[in-house]
Design a protein around this ligand. Structure first.
Ligand code: PLP
Length: 404
């Protein structure tokens, strides 16, 4: 399943690339737009459309977070910070991974980034040369493939198998390794399937990376949004020295707009990532870093409240669809439903547009997440309970004649 340098084959996904000779570099010009964004734009043109396509919490950021940013700016935190972030935040993050993720780290192993996405970009750019191969899940969060494309790495898709709870097969991974393979990206809880690996399953994946001397980039951005009561982190199951762990404030604390994420990596790699930060963003904006610190130091029951809301919505929305005969994986975390539409001949991009036109409901087409999403739709649970349930009732009505 090796495919083009643009990662898993997304041939029918996304808008055509906008660049071309004289307009941009070939690399930048051939970056495909996300097909999630295509539905987002189309939904703007449908008045009153129910918006179940975007992956961003509908909750406001906690008030003490907002207050901390105000205070920081008033008190003079209006200057550059170190490339890797303010010391107090890095210390608090080392405490956080000890408390939540179950492994020991030093603040020197941590970098504060402009969202989890920038941590992923830094990590992959630090580890991959042009032409190197990176193993990416299929289905995947599309930004993994976009980052690989931008740094001229070759994305090679590995399947997340529906009949194995959307986990990869190590046997298949073994067959995909070549002399150019350098990195495997894993993402649990997964966007879009909501699957979580158990400690034993994750240990097998780290053992695979170790056997081949690969780096593992572990995207654990939904770590605190697990419904199983257990947070399973790669570094906790195996102290393998080639793991970069990526997290964000966006999901846990409903802080998408603040753009604060972070990564932990071995100190030598972290130092490289810190140097790379200088010409990219120099540092994350200072008041936002103090806001993130306040999120960690403030009451944590808001996290549990949001997690409980996502779980409640997942169960209610899934019940509506399952009652209508539609297959939906039960998520163990994150905030999405991965809906099976294989009873309909249309590919998921067509289907999502038709659903929007017929029922005024926007969902993300599965093809945006890789070839295995050709007959899947992703429904976001991060909208209001009312919109979600009404959207699922309309989706069931729309698919009804074929689902049943
Ligand atoms: N990783 C995954 C799997 C995601 O779904 C997202 C956001 O949707 C991110 C990372 C990064 O989010 P942010 O850049 O807002 O921290």
């Amino acid at each position: 399943m090796t495919n083009s340098s643009n990662g898993p084959d997304r041939s029918s996904a996304g808008a055509p690339a906008a660049g071309g000779p004289g307009i941009s570099s070939l690399r930048a010009g051939t970056l495909q737009a996300s097909a999630i964004r295509e539905l987002f734009d189309a939904a703007q043109r449908v008045p009153g459309a129910l918006r179940l396509e975007v992956g961003e919490p509908n909750f406001p950021s906690p008030p003490w977070v907002i207050e901390a940013a105000h205070r920081a700016a008033r008190d003079g935190a209006t200057h550059y910070t170190p490339n890797t972030g303010i010391g107090e935040l890095r210390e608090a993050l080392a405490d956080k991974v000890r408390r939540v993720n179950g492994w020991q780290a030093r603040p020197e192993e941590c970098i504060v980034t402009a969202g989890g996405v920038q941590a992923l970009h830094l990590a992959l750019a630090a580890l991959l040369d042009p032409g190197d191969e990176v193993l990416l899940p299929d289905p995947l969060w599309p930004n993994f493939a976009m980052i690989a494309h931008l740094i001229s790495a070759r994305g090679v898709g590995y399947r997340l198998h529906p009949d194995a709870g959307f986990l990869p097969s190590v046997e298949e991974l073994e067959s995909l390794v070549t002399e150019r393979t350098r990195v495997i990206v894993v993402n649990f809880p997964s966007n879009p399937t909501g699957a979580c690996a158990t400690a034993a399953q994750l240990a097998e994946l780290v053992a695979f990376a170790r056997r081949h001397g690969l780096w593992m980039v572990a995207d654990e951005c939904y770590d605190e949004l697990t419904f199983t009561g257990e947070v399973v982190s790669a570094r906790a199951v195996d102290p393998y020295e080639r793991i970069v762990s990526v997290y964000t404030f966006s999901k846990t604390y409903a802080m998408t707009g603040w753009r604060v994420g972070y990564a932990f990596a071995p100190v030598e790699t972290l130092a490289v990532m810190g140097r790379m930060q200088e010409p990219l963003v120099s540092c994350v904006n200072a008041p936002a870093q103090y806001a993130a610190l306040a999120a960690l130091q403030g009451p944590q029951d808001v996290v549990a409240e949001m997690r409980d809301a996502y779980l409640r919505r997942a169960e209610a929305a899934r019940a509506v669809l399952v009652d209508a005969g539609i297959g939906v994986h039960r998520p163990d975390g994150a905030f999405y439903l991965w809906v099976d539409t294989s009873g309909d001949a249309r590919d998921s991009l067509r289907l999502a547009h038709d659903l929007l036109a017929a029922e005024a409901v926007a969902v993300a087409p599965g093809l945006a997440f890789g070839p295995s999403g050709a007959h899947r739709l992703r429904v976001s649970l991060a909208s209001s309970d009312e919109d979600l349930l009404e959207g699922c009732r309309r989706l069931a009505r729309f698919l009804g004649p074929i689902a049943g």
